[in-house]
Design a protein around this ligand. Structure first.
Ligand code: ZN
Length: 259
């Protein structure tokens, strides 16, 4: 389905592997969900997925498409060295900071299959607090002690930034980029999205609580640790239960992300 005014992009289904196509559909869905849940920054951030059957390559948005316009066939395929293996016939290329951040992750973390980066107001605000994310809510305890912090040194356009970011993230799956925004890793696109959903809401709740000019009630350390353990030792991975419903929501609104 091509709506009036929509970009015309040649369909890729059938000309890439089934595994790559599935990653493309999930990643395009993630961009649409990011937009529909108010987590986009127009064109200025990036969400990526490693190509499952070609681990040296990953998929990323063409720099210039709004997140609500992204389709499975529109995503660029790039190598970890920055070579563009596929780009649609559009005047939009690879964003240098997007390449730097995401290639750093996929080079350093073979277990990472997807990564989501946002500049939400709540994420940027918490990234500017010395205290970082506090375990003030049940949602926030999921992330307690599991968040990496990476100091701001200007936009990540220099490939030398990759080693520094990889060192900051280490083996963790969540990162607050100081004075910048949020970053989540996942073993799938749904997992990275659901982690971001939780991290975003934890940031929003913290800011609202801190703005109330009254003493905050921090749960005791043992309770926070127990809650974090319960959240992260569950039998299913985050995203598996949530994702089919999220795709149904998108399919009812506008299924063109599947194009
Ligand atoms: Zn950014």
């Amino acid at each position: 389905m091509t709506m009036h005014g929509a970009l015309r992009i040649a369909p890729l289904q059938g000309s890439v592997s089934a595994a790559e196509w599935q990653a493309r559909v999930d990643l395009a869905a993630c961009y649409r969900l990011c937009e529909s849940y108010g987590m986009s920054d127009m064109i200025y951030t990036h969400i990526t997925a490693r190509v499952p059957d070609s681990p040296g390559h990953f998929l990323i948005n063409p720099n210039g498409m709004l997140f609500g316009e992204i389709t499975a066939s529109s995503l660029l395929k790039v190598s970890l060295e920055g070579e563009i293996l596929y780009k649609p016939d559009l005047p939009y290329g690879l964003h240098p900071a997007g390449f730097t951040i995401h290639s750093a992750i996929y080079r350093a973390r073979p277990d990472a299959m997807a990564a989501m980066h946002t500049h939400t107001v709540a994420g940027m605000a918490v990234s500017a607090l010395k205290c970082g994310l506090l375990p003030l809510t049940q949602t926030a305890t999921r992330f307690y002690g599991r968040i990496a912090y990476h100091e701001f040194r200007g936009p990540e356009r220099d490939p030398s930034e990759r080693d520094s970011l990889a060192r900051s993230i280490g083996k963790l799956d969540y990162c607050i980029l100081r004075n910048h925004g949020l970053l989540t890793l996942g073993e799938s696109v749904p997992e990275a999205f659901i982690a971001m959903w939780g991290l975003e809401r934890a940031c929003q709740a913290q800011l609202q609580a801190m703005a109330c000019n009254t003493e905050l009630n921090l749960p005791p350390d043992d309770v926070v640790a127990k809650s974090c353990e319960m959240y992260t030792s569950g039998s299913r991975r985050y995203g598996l239960l949530e994702w089919p419903g999220l795709l149904r929501k998108l399919d009812m609104q506008d299924p063109s992300y599947r194009d």
